[in-house]
Design a protein around this ligand. Structure first.
Ligand code: NAD
Length: 302
């Protein structure tokens, strides 16, 4: 039997995601505050819902793809929202990027009325959503995951199980913390290089061939500290020296590097501790020490 999907939120991401579901044979009933977005899906053959209630009623799976926590809470928990109308046998799949506490509140409200729930935020860009090549970070129990998996297969190419409900949202915020701070570091590095007279092609080519290119987690840390190896390598003392070179050059050029300054302060503080002579990947252990947690290690490694 064809799965009936109520899809709410047809924005930059929701529109291409829902379009892929429609093209791949799901029975869609779609709603957005903007009627022009509904028209785009109707042109592909989707049914038009005139309200949240109408999109939710009779669906096997209700998908929400909305901007932020207040939108999701109002659409799902509001007096005429999804949970007031959804079948008790249906699944609610929230694919928005929202506060994990908001996800927990929605998950609890679903559990209270016996509706299955999964948080499934989306990675990658609009262009990937258009091609059906999105990545999903799924928080769900096994039974709920099996029910939504055909939809995920129709919209994307990479599915990551992150744990029970709530863990998808938590993975997403960690992912975006990393990508956004790295984006700022890239912006600061390119600015510093430009001030020092380097052309951007040279910076692209050199940093693309060293561990500056997202190598800190995936090349450095997975091969050193995450295996329990903090032998240098490249010591934190030397890393401080190098970052000081960059910060001094920036000061000479009269430019500020805010994220660089924060990293410099962390490395500077580490030099008074035994971490100074360890590999700089041990910044992870230092951060965990500050957080009062045991540092993680890759499974199966000493
Ligand atoms: P968007 O603002 O383009 O779209 C949101 C849609 O929700 C709009 O069409 C809006 O009309 C609709 N909407 C808002 N309130 C509504 C309501 N009460 N009822 C019905 N429809 C309502 O946002 P987007 O870029 O599609 O992002 C959606 C989510 O996905 C966000 O949480 C975002 O952080 C996340 N995300 C975005 C991207 C991206 O590249 N744009 C990538 C990954 C994840």
């Amino acid at each position: 039997m064809v799965t009936k999907v109520g899809f709410i939120g047809l924005g930059a991401m929701g529109l291409p995601m829902a379009s892929n579901l429609q093209r791949k044979g799901f029975d869609l009933n779609v709603f957005d505050l903007d009627p022009a977005r509904i028209d785009r899906l109707a042109e592909l053959g989707a049914r038009r819902a005139s309200s949240i209630a109408e999109a939710a009623r009779g669906a096997d799976i209700v998908v929400t793809m909305l901007p932020a926590t207040p939108h999701v809470e109002s659409v799902v928990l509001g007096p005429d929202g999804v949970l007031a109308h959804i079948d008790r046998t249906a699944v609610l799949m929230d694919m928005s990027t929202i506060d994990a506490n908001g996800t927990d509140r929605v998950a609890k409200a679903c559990a209270d009325i016996g509706v299955a729930f999964t948080d499934c935020p989306v990675g990658r860009l609009v262009l990937h959503a258009e091609r059906g090549e999105s990545l999903f970070m799924v928080g769900a129990d096994d039974a709920t995951f099996e029910r939504v998996k055909p939809l995920l297969d129709a919209m994307g190419t990479a599915i990551h199980r992150c744990g029970p409900a709530g863990m998808g949202s938590r993975m997403k915020l960690v992912n975006n913390f990393m990508l956004l701070t790295v984006a700022e570091v890239c912006a600061e590095a390119i600015t510093l290089g430009s001030k020092l007279g380097l052309d951007v092609e040279t910076m692209r080519d050199v940093t693309g061939a060293t561990t500056a290119q997202n190598g800190q987690f995936h090349t450095l840390m997975v091969n050193k500290v995450l295996k329990g190896d903090t032998q240098p390598g490249f010591t934190i003392d030397l890393a401080f020296k190098d970052l000081t070179l960059a910060m001094t050059a920036a000061a000479e050029q009269r430019i500020g590097l805010p994220v660089g300054a924060a990293a410099h302060a962390v490395l500077g503080g580490a030099r008074a501790t035994p971490f100074a002579s360890q590999d700089y990947s041990a910044l992870l252990d230092l951060a965990c020490e500050r957080a009062g947690i045991a540092p993680p290690r890759l499974r199966g490694d000493a």
